[in-house]
Ligand binder design. Structure first.
Ligand code: PMT
Length: 416
C-alpha cells in the first residue's frame, strides 16, 4: 500500500466521532493519505484541529467557504480520492445520502462523487432498528455502498444492542481491502503490445549554461506512460528534463534536446502505438556556443540565430518502415482549438490528435488538470476537465479499445 492511495474521510455527528481519530492514525501508519470533511454535527464531538493534526492535511468544514472552494472544490475533493468513507455515519447522513440531499460539504461530496463509498454507521439502537434507517441502508447497499458494522454492545446512552461504531482497526482493514480491490490492475488489455511515449519539454542549448525551454512539466506524458503500462503494454518513455520520478514499470530514457529525443525515439521503434505528448522546441540555436557567452560593458547583446528542429511526430508518422500502427499526437493550441488541431493532424500525418487549450490561465502547462478534445478520423470528442491521470487513463482505455476492435475485425478471405 503506498501513499498514492487517498481517501476522503467524512466524520459526521455522534459520540463515536472520537474513534475517527484512531482510524486516521491507523490508516496513516499504513501509508494511506486521509483528507477529512467534518460535518457540523461531527464538529460538536471532535475539533478540526485534531483531525488536521492526525491527517496532516487541511480539514474541510464549510461548503460555502470561498477559500475552501478556491483551493479545492467539492468535486475536486472526491475526484482526488480512491474511496470516500463516512465514519461514523449518523442516521441523519445515511438518510440524506439515500434522498440525494446536498446541503453541506459532506453530502455534496457524496452526491457529486463517482468513487466507491463506504459507511460505518453509529447510532442509538432504536434509531438503528427503525424501519426508515433499515430501508435507507438497503437502498444504499443496492447502490453499491459498502457498509461496515455497526457492532453490538453497551452504548453511551446506557442502552445495549446494535449501533456501536465498529472498531477503528476493523474499519481500517475494510478500507485497505477495498482499496486493494478497487485499485487492482484492470484486465491488461494491452498485454503483448509495445508503446512509445514522449514527455516533458526539450532544452535547446545557447551555451554551456543557458538554454531555450518551455513550461511543460511532463505530468501529462508521464501519466500516459504509466496508464499504458497499467494496461499491460511494454512502455518506453522518452522524456525531456523534468522533476518527475520515472514511472514504475516503464523504461525511461532521459534526453535534453529535440534532436536527442528524435534519436532516442528512432531506437525504440518499432512499437504498436506511439503517443507524442512532449512539448518539443520548434527551434534551436543554430550554433550553440562552446563557452559561456560573456556580457561585456557597452557591447550589444548577442543575437541568437535560430534554426528549425526536426519534427519528431511528423518523422515517425511518415516513416516508410516501422511506422507504429497507431500514432497519437498532441496539439497545444490557443483559440479555435479543435479547428487548429484537425488541421495539425493532417499536417503531421498522425492518426489521432489530443487537442488542449494552452492559452494563458488554462493551467495546462505544468498544472494538474487538462481539458482536451480527442480528434480521430471519426470526429472530435470533447472530454470534461479531468486530472492529467484521468486523461491518461481514458486515452489508454481508448487505445486498448482500438486494438481490441482491430483484433475483432473479421479476416477478409480473398475470392478467386
Ligand atoms: O507537460 P505538462 O506540464 O503536463 O503539459 C502537458 C502539455 C501541455 C505539454 C501536453 O498536453 C501537450 O499539449 N503536448 C504537446 C505540446 C506541443 O508542443 O504541441 P505542438 O502543438 O507544438 O506540437 C504538436 C505535436 O507535435 C505534439 O505531439 C508534439 O509532441 C509534436 N512535436 C512538435 C514539435 C516537434 N519539433 N516535434 C514534435 O514531435
Amino acid at each position: 500500500m503506498t501513499a498514492s492511495h487517498r481517501i476522503v474521510l467524512i466524520v459526521s455527528g455522534g459520540i463515536a466521532a472520537y474513534k475517527s481519530l484512531e482510524l486516521i492514525r491507523r490508516l496513516r501508519e499504513r501509508g494511506v493519505a486521509v483528507r477529512c470533511v467534518l460535518t457540523k454535527g461531527g464538529a460538536e464531538f471532535v475539533t478540526p484541529l485534531s483531525l488536521a493534526a492526525l491527517s496532516e492535511d487541511k480539514v474541510y468544514t464549510d461548503l460555502f467557504s470561498l477559500t475552501d472552494e478556491f483551493e479545492m472544490g467539492h468535486i475536486q475533493l472526491s475526484r482526488q480520492a480512491d474511496l470516500i468513507v463516512v465514519a461514523p455515519a449518523s442516521a441523519d447522513i445515511l438518510a440524506k445520502m439515500t434522498a440525494g440531499l446536498a446541503d453541506d460539504i459532506a453530502t455534496t461530496v457524496l452526491l457529486a462523487t463517482d468513487k466507491p463509498v463506504m459507511v460505518a454507521p453509529a447510532m442509538n439502537v432504536r434509531m438503528w432498528d427503525h424501519p426508515a434507517t433499515q430501508d435507507n441502508l438497503a437502498t444504499l447497499k443496492r447502490r453499491g455502498v459498502r457498509v461496515i458494522g455497526p457492532d453490538e454492545g453497551p452504548m453511551a446512552c446506557g442502552e445495549f444492542g446494535y449501533g456501536r461504531l465498529s472498531e477503528p482497526e476493523t474499519i481500517a482493514a475494510a478500507i485497505l481491502d477495498a482499496l486493494k480491490k478497487d485499485t487492482a490492475p484492470k484486465r491488461p488489455l494491452l498485454a503483448g503490445r509495445s508503446a512509445l511515449v514522449t514527455s516533458g519539454p526539450t532544452h535547446e542549448p545557447i551555451d554551456p549554461v543557458r538554454y531555450i525551454a518551455n513550461r511543460s512539466s511532463g505530468k501529462q506524458g508521464h501519466a500516459i506512460a504509466a496508464a499504458l503500462a497499467a494496461q499491460g503494454a511494454q512502455v518506453t518513455l522518452v522524456s525531456g528534463p523534468t522533476r518527475l520520478d520515472d514511472p514504475a514499470g516503464v523504461e525511461t530514457i532521459r534526453v535534453e534536446s529535440a534532436q536527442e529525443m528524435l534519436d532516442a525515439c528512432r531506437k525504440v521503434l518499432p512499437v504498436d502505438v506511439a503517443v507524442f505528448a512532449a512539448a518539443v522546441a520548434d527551434w534551436r540555436v543554430e550554433q550553440a556556443a562552446d563557452s559561456k557567452l560573456k556580457k561585456q560593458d557597452g557591447s550589444a547583446p548577442p543575437t541568437l540565430s535560430l534554426t528549425e528542429n526536426p519534427d519528431i511526430l511528423k518523422t515517425v508518422s511518415s516513416a516508410p518502415k516501422d511506422r507504429p500502427a497507431l500514432v497519437v499526437g498532441f496539439a497545444a493550441e490557443t483559440g479555435s482549438v479543435v479547428e487548429k488541431a484537425i488541421a495539425k493532424r493532417g499536417r503531421k500525418g498522425c492518426d489521432w490528435i489530443v487537442a488542449n487549450d494552452v492559452s494563458t490561465g488554462s493551467g495546462t502547462f505544468g498544472g494538474e488538470d487538462n481539458q482536451v478534445h480527442l480528434i480521430t478520423p471519426e470526429g472530435a470528442e470533447e472530454w470534461p476537465r479531468l486530472s492529467k491521470a484521468e486523461v491518461a487513463e481514458r486515452l489508454a482505455d481508448r487505445i486498448a479499445a482500438h486494438f481490441a476492435s482491430e483484433t475483432d475485425k473479421p479476416v477478409l478471405i480473398q475470392k478467386g
